[in-house]
Design a protein around this ligand. Structure first.
Ligand code: FAD
Length: 458
């Protein structure tokens, strides 16, 4: 092994090499450890290619790192796996205003992409709570979702072209800039959402849209779950395509997220069973504010909401989003498992009741917090486990995942599979789908060096 390490180090500037033990105790946001003997931080695509060529020859496993904000252990490493971090590949942000595209290296943070687009009067339509630390490469590798999927789709919809380094070091440049291009297979889609198992994303051509300076945001409360999907339809029709977010919050999460002296009084009382954060974006501030208000008023008159607070400034809008994004408040029920399930909206209420009852009867667990992207059929369910015992974790996971199969649901609506959900993949994908995933993995990475053991086993 020493030999390959020395050869890898010789490919790079010393500043690109971090050796253990200095990083052995470092973990990512969720504390997934990486216990790697070597972290390589290349600055060019050619360096990534040279590293993979050598690793492929030596059957050296490589774990790919972006911003380390992933939620499913996709960047965890063990044994002699080396890590390849894209964090220094942050150059070459160029914007084509006319074609509405941005070309970036994959280590650029999502927030920097958003800000660079805004500086040119344009808009990048991907947003999520970890925008400051997540990289575009990680967003693409996980096909990230986030807060605006209901209007603009997931990361896949924001990508026009990719440059990817394959496991054998081949540089696959597929830097398409066109909105429509049906010249043969659209190869980028194989890598988007493949969680670093089929290739390493080094550059991307991103789709931009016109800026949407008019933003209207409200937090509303309602007493019954079945009013939430009705409210969603009502608001969607009333806003005529301008709805950009519809985030549901159960009372259990609202109470945690609005608790604590530093947060002040909650914008709405904590007594309501359900809340929704609603946002529209557009270009005409005055007209859209009036439409938004009228939509809320008609929802109130129709009995779909019991109370509402309308943000009157950007500061107030950010304060409402801060409630939705206050996942630090989950520390109050830690240790927790954060689930990311997808299921039809019509099945959500019964599903939550079922898992609540089973967690209590089978494991004596009662701490739950629920919120999520209701408009995308995606809920985040947080279960306080009272212990870090892995057997308890697995029992909790079975309770949540097993019912999804019959509902046509998904064990992962947006975070991916990584290491943590691999054992449950069969609840969401049939045997033929899993066999085809294996076939793709064997074709692209026959020596199984890229993020081995993640997503599917060979
Ligand atoms: C507070 C918070 C809020 C979040 N909200 C959302 C949300 O709303 N929606 C959502 O989808 N996710 C969300 N996430 C999860 C996470 O931010 C996303 O999965 C994000 O896309 C990961 O980006 P990253 O750069 O941090 O990737 P990492 O965590 O570094 O890596 C994630 C996976 O992608 C692979 N990878 C990383 N970079 C590359 C690359 N260049 N080429 C190939 N493979 C690569 C890794 O090997 C790993 O398997 C949230 C996380 C946090 C902490």
């Amino acid at each position: 092994m020493e030999n390959i390490h020395e050869q890898l180090k010789a490919l790079l500037d010393p500043s690109a090499v971090v050796e253990a033990p200095s990083i052995s105790a470092v973990g990512n946001w969720l504390g997934h450890p990486y216990n790697s003997p070597l972290v390589l931080r290349p600055t060019t695509t050619e360096e990534v290619a040279a590293i993979l060529r050598l690793c492929n020859q030596h059957r050296q496993a490589v774990v790919v790192h972006g911003g380390l904000s992933g939620m499913v252990g996709g960047t965890s490493s063990a044994g002699d796996e080396i890590c390849l971090s894209l964090e220094r590949m942050q150059k070459a942000v160029s914007i084509d205003k006319l074609g509405r595209t941005m070309t970036v290296e994959s280590g650029v943070h999502l927030q920097e992409v958003q800000e660079a687009a805004a500086a040119e009067g344009l808009f990048f339509a991907l947003d999520l709570g970890a925008r400051g630390s997540a990289t575009i490469g990680g967003n693409i590798a996980t096909n990230a979702g986030g807060n605006q999927v209901i209007r603009y789709g997931m990361a896949r919809e924001q990508v026009l072209g990719l440059e990817v380094v394959l496991a054998d070091g081949t540089i696959l440049s597929s830097m398409n800039h066109l909105l429509k291009n049906n010249a043969g297979y659209d190869l980028k889609h194989l890598f988007i959402g493949s969680e670093g198992t089929l290739g390493i994303v080094t550059k991307a051509v991103l789709r931009l849209r016109p800026a949407m300076p008019a933003r209207n945001t409200a937090l509303v409360a309602t007493d019954q779950f079945d009013k939430l999907p009705r409210l969603l339809s009502h608001i969607e029709s009333a806003l005529g395509g301008k709805l950009s977010a519809f985030e549901a919050i159960w009372d259990n999460y609202y109470q945690l997220a609005t608790q604590g002296p530093h947060l002040g009084a909650p914008p709405l009382a904590q007594r309501h069973p359900y809340y929704a954060l609603i946002e529209s974006t557009g270009s005409d501030s005055e007209a859209e504010a009036a439409t938004f208000l009228a939509a809320l008023e008609s929802a109130l008159n129709a009995g779909l909401i019991d109370d509402a607070v309308l943000a009157k400034s950007a500061k107030e809008q950010d304060a409402l989003w801060a409630i939705r994004d206050n996942i630090d408040s989950l520390a109050a029920i830690a240790p927790v498992i954060i689930f990311d399930v997808g299921l039809p909206i019509g099945a959500m209420e019964a599903y939550i009741k079922q898992i609540e009852a089973e967690l209590k009867s089978q494991l004596g667990l009662t701490q739950l917090a629920v919120f999520g992207h209701l408009g995308d059929s995606n809920l985040h369910i947080v279960v306080g486990t009272e212990t870090e015992d892995i057997d308890v974790y697995h029992r909790v996971e079975e309770v949540l995942y097993a019912p999804l199969q019959a509902l046509g649901g998904s064990i992962s609506a947006e975070h991916g599979i990584g290491l943590e959900k691999k054992r449950y993949l069969h609840y969401s994908r049939n045997a033929e789908e899993i066999a085809t995933m294996r076939m793709l993995k064997k074709t692209f990475d026959p020596n199984n060096i890229l993020n081995p053991g993640k997503v599917v086993d060979l």
